[in-house]
Ligand binder design. Structure first.
Ligand code: ZN
Length: 253
């Protein structure tokens, strides 16, 4: 029975990976066009350098990039490595949904598919797109309320209050968008993992802040996009949070 179940999970994971690659290709379009105010479905994809319309052969996730050597087939311009990376990331996270029984398969997939464009748009523009973050919160909140999962709801409200207070009272603290996105995080990470999330996310944020200052990419006051850090912190907390918590508690009991 275990053998069958194991293989079933592998097959579903592999299918989700391929679906994720294709969805990642669409998320690349969202990441590029949404901040520019362009329509997401029209016109069809074209090279941002030469404007040549891309055909199916140019749009195969990851493989097109590899076979074309990272260059546009029509004008030879370099294609950003970010495109295949976003596709791979989406593929891996959607495949990882098979392990997300505890937080719920649907919430996990929803959170990943919305957070990828939110994170990259935050990196590009230092803004969290409302048109993505509010539907994400609405969908997750609906799922938690319908399933009476109040530990997630209280975790979300707690994180929102903390980050909103920092946004409101600390100069150069978080943007309002960061506080809003922390609602989505709380709807994924419930007590007592919320505390582990705090430690992991703020450790990561500090590391990245210091690294950017050392590389002279940022001054001490320049803003650092926080949504991607919260997103990675959430993935870490959901993956390693339980073992970390058990280890920590094991030190005392
Ligand atoms: Zn081109």
């Amino acid at each position: 029975m275990f053998f069958i179940a194991y293989n079933y999970g592998m097959i579903v994971g592999a299918l989700l990976f391929v679906v994720g690659l294709i969805m990642g290709s669409f998320l690349n379009v969202v990441i590029y066009r949404l901040p520019r105010g362009e329509n997401i479905v029209h016109p069809p994809s074209h090279c941002p350098n030469c404007g040549h319309r891309l055909v199916a052969l140019d749009l195969v996730p990851v493989l097109s990039y590899v076979f074309l050597g990272g260059k546009c087939r029509y004008c030879g311009a370099n294609i950003s490595l970010r495109y295949p990376l976003v596709e791979l990331l989406t593929g891996f996270l959607l495949a990882a949904t098979v392990f997300a029984k505890d937080v719920g398969y649907i919430p996990y997939a929803t959170f990943a598919l919305f957070s990828i464009p939110i994170a990259f748009i935050d990196i590009d523009t230092m803004t969290i797109p409302e048109v993505l973050v509010y539907p994400l919160i609405a969908l997750l909140a609906l799922y938690r309320v319908l399933n009476h999962q109040w530990a997630f709801v209280s975790s979300a409200l707690f994180l929102f209050v903390i980050h909103y207070l920092v946004h409101h009272f600390v100069p150069h603290g978080f943007g309002l968008g960061d506080a809003v996105y922390s609602l989505a995080v709380g709807l994924m990470v419930r007590w007592p993992l919320t505390l582990v999330w705090f430690i992991l996310t703020y450790a990561l944020g500090t590391l990245i802040g210091v690294a950017l200052i050392v590389r002279k990419r940022a001054g001490r006051k320049s803003p650092i996009p926080f949504a991607p850090i919260m997103f990675v912190g959430t993935l870490l907390a959901l993956t390693a949070g339980k073992p970390i918590l058990d280890w920590y508690l094991g030190l005392f009991f």
